[in-house]
Design a protein around this ligand. Structure first.
Ligand SMILES: [Zn+2]
Length: 80
């Protein structure tokens, strides 16, 4: 059974800080942000996330949506 989790503005800001870059500013951005966030949240693939506000890239400040390609920070890569 799928459940829906609402992503608060605060959580979106935290998630943005986990990135090294996005498709706008990094040539190594090849992971959809939603996939990175699912790892961070530890909820697996059975949850639908509803973003109240978009996260923002810490490098170029572009809006990062769940489908935006991003470059995860090293800590995230190690956790996968
Ligand atoms: Zn960026």
């Amino acid at each position: 059974m799928r459940h829906t989790l609402k992503i608060s503005e605060e959580t979106a800001a935290l998630a943005g800080e986990m990135l090294f870059g996005c498709q706008n500013c990094s040539t190594e951005a090849d992971t959809p942000f939603e996939g990175v966030f699912r790892q961070l949240a530890g909820q697996g693939s059975d949850a639908d996330y509803v973003w109240v506000v978009p996260a923002h890239c810490p490098i170029c400040d572009a809006a990062v949506t769940p489908s935006t390609l991003v470059e995860p920070a090293r800590a995230v890569e190690l956790a996968s």
